[in-house]
Design a protein around this ligand. Structure first.
Ligand code: FES
Length: 322
């Protein structure tokens, strides 16, 4: 995993909503600040925070504001009619002046140094890419943003992107059709970092279009968990907690996270769907059955960490650094 030390997860800050603005059809932008005006934790482009909403839901949102503004965080929230409720609460109930719990920032999608970047955004996937294009600009990198969405009116932050001129290509689907990925990606080549965030079908299409590109050229972030097949094993397996030597049996209907928590180990979690990275745990022995949407293939093969909320075991026994 690529979580940087500077982005280590913190949890439990209570921040006040200081502004709530409509950024596009179906998208509101929240500005959050410490009620006492305290400085907020630093973050880097690609980072997200957890919002612990007053209705009991916890959701992750990419930070899309100015990383050099130490007093406010900004997140964009798409209303998702088929979602799990958090976005409806933010849109319909959450108001300026309300206080929400905030965890993080945490970064599973960091911007690596490169002389050239191609950013591909689909809809609300623009949010983590917005600070990235600012950073790329600041560093004098050669970059291009291709931004697709259903309609121009549903695409947030167009006004902020205008100043970047022809580096930014705004391509609403009702006028331009689906993004022409072969055109924008071109031939596989060295020295270009490709970043993509958006709906699952766009990510799948970019991943397959980048199949011939150099290893690690493409980096993606998924807001929705990737479809997974059946677990490798349907029999119980043992999880050994290395720090105490205790052994916990995990049956087919339990998550490793719940099993170790029941054993008294307090592992932080947030999304519980393998997308946020909060529950990452070091694996000391055994072979994890990775079921997250975060790890690259080489990180999966290394087998030295896993996400306890979704991942399981291929082996009879896993030893975790807990
Ligand atoms: S809680 Fe989000 S990855 Fe496990």
């Amino acid at each position: 995993m690529l979580v940087t030390a500077a982005d280590a997860t913190r949890a439990g800050d209570a921040l006040r909503v200081t502004a709530k603005d409509v950024a596009a059809d179906g998208v509101v932008v929240l500005t959050l600040a410490h009620p006492g005006g305290a400085r907020l934790a630093d973050w880097t482009p690609g980072a997200h925070i957890d919002l612990h909403l007053p209705d009991g839901t916890t959701r992750q949102y990419s930070l899309c504001g100015d990383r050099f503004d130490a007093r406010t965080y900004r997140v964009g929230v798409l209303r998702e009619p088929a979602g799990r409720g958090g976005s409806a609460y933010v849109h319909d109930v959450l108001a300026v002046g309300d206080v929400v719990g905030v965890g993080g920032p945490r970064n599973n999608f960091p911007l690596v140094p490169s002389e050239r970047y191609l950013f591909v955004a689909g809809g609300i996937g623009i949010t983590p890419l917005l600070p990235m294009v600012r950073q790329a600009d600041l560093l004098g990198a050669d970059w291009t943003l291709v931004y697709g969405g259903r309609r121009r009116g549903s695409m947030a932050f167009l006004d902020e992107l205008e100043s970047h001129g022809d580096r930014v290509h705004v391509l609403p689907e009702d006028r331009h059709g689906r993004l022409d990925l072969p055109r924008w990606l071109g031939e596989p080549r060295e020295g270009v970092a490709v970043y993509c965030c958006g709906p699952g079908p766009l990510l799948d299409a970019v991943e397959s279009a980048c199949a011939g590109w150099p290893e690690h050229a493409l980096r993606t972030e998924r807001f929705v968990a990737r479809e997974q097949g059946a677990p490798v094993r349907d029999r119980p397996f043992d999880v050994v907690l290395a720090r105490t030597g205790a052994t916990v049996s995990v049956g087919p209907d339990r998550t490793v996270l719940d099993a170790v928590r029941d054993a008294g180990v307090d592992v932080l979690s947030s999304c519980r769907q393998g997308t946020c990275g909060t529950c990452e745990t070091e694996v000391l022995e055994g072979t994890p059955d990775h079921r997250d949407s975060l790890l690259r293939d080489d990180e999966r093969a290394a087998g030295d960490c896993m996400f306890l909320c979704v991942s399981r075991s291929c082996s009879d026994r896993l030893v975790l650094d807990l």
